[in-house]
Write a protein that binds this ligand. Structure first.
Ligand SMILES: [Zn+2]
Ligand SMILES: [Zn+2]
Length: 241
């Protein structure tokens, strides 16, 4: 058996051992049109971000920095909570046959339970494209307000918080993907170990049992809160899918 195949087999076995799952066969090549749409989405996001940065004016005053740090942390936490809320809704309501939302939102969550290895096979552009497109209008609105970093600590904090929220939301699927991978770059592993981004251990809570906890996929900071809220609400149907 060639070395690469042996390596893939070993990675699959390790994944199956830690996440109960059915590992499907590798997917066929993605249609070129969808690949082009992903590239276009990331490009639109990048250009809008560049426009926003070009419109930033002034330098934050020293007293603005604590506000900016607090707002950035709040933005990251809010994005993490958002990923958890959408994930919880996708696992709890409707089915893969639900019109519009079924194939677009619910099916990927259910498939991700049946085959946790599937997300690993999606490339960075594929897992990031949709989020980049969704977040671009928000960046556009922020840029439209002609942000004045030096105007006041609150203006600077609003920009820092908004950017942290958008950045975390855009890369959240990639953060989730890394939590499914047996091997990640060293820096990513360090960030996971220090709970800056979603760790494999934290996320495995979702994949064990009934998929009724650990919904947040950016860094899991908001899981304790969402776990409590989810426990008092609808029972997830995802595990029955
Ligand atoms: Zn789930
Ligand atoms: Zn997962």
């Amino acid at each position: 058996m060639p070395a690469l195949e042996r390596r893939l087999d070993s990675i699959r076995s390790r994944l199956e051992a830690s996440y109960p799952c059915r590992v499907s066969e590798p997917r066929t090549r993605r249609p070129l049109l969808l690949v082009a749409l992903d590239i276009l989405s990331v490009l639109i996001f990048g250009l809008t971000l560049a426009w926003l940065v070009s419109r930033l004016a002034g330098v934050p005053s020293p007293e603005a920095w604590p506000f900016m740090l607090g707002a950035a942390l709040a933005g990251i936490a809010l994005a993490d909570f958002g990923t958890g809320l959408i994930h919880w809704a996708g696992d709890t309501f409707g089915s893969e046959g639900t019109p519009l939302l079924g194939p677009a939102v619910i099916a990927p969550f259910r498939e991700h339970h049946r085959d946790p290895f599937d997300i690993v096979r999606h490339g960075f552009l594929e897992v990031t494209g949709n989020n980049a497109l969704l977040m671009s209008p928000l960046l556009f609105v922020m840029a439209g307000f002609a942000p004045q970093l030096g105007a006041s600590p609150f203006a600077a904090a609003a920009i820092a918080g908004g950017l942290a929220f958008v950045a975390t939301a855009v890369i959240s699927n990639q953060l989730h993907r890394w939590a499914h991978m047996a091997r990640v770059p060293r820096l990513v592993a360090w960030l996971q170990r220090h709970h800056v981004i979603l760790s494999r251990v934290e996320h495995s809570r979702h994949h064990r049992g009934a998929h009724d906890r650990g919904y947040c996929v950016a860094n899991g900071w908001m899981n304790p809160l969402l776990d409590r809220l989810a426990a008092s609400g609808e029972r997830p149907r995802a595990h029955r899918a």
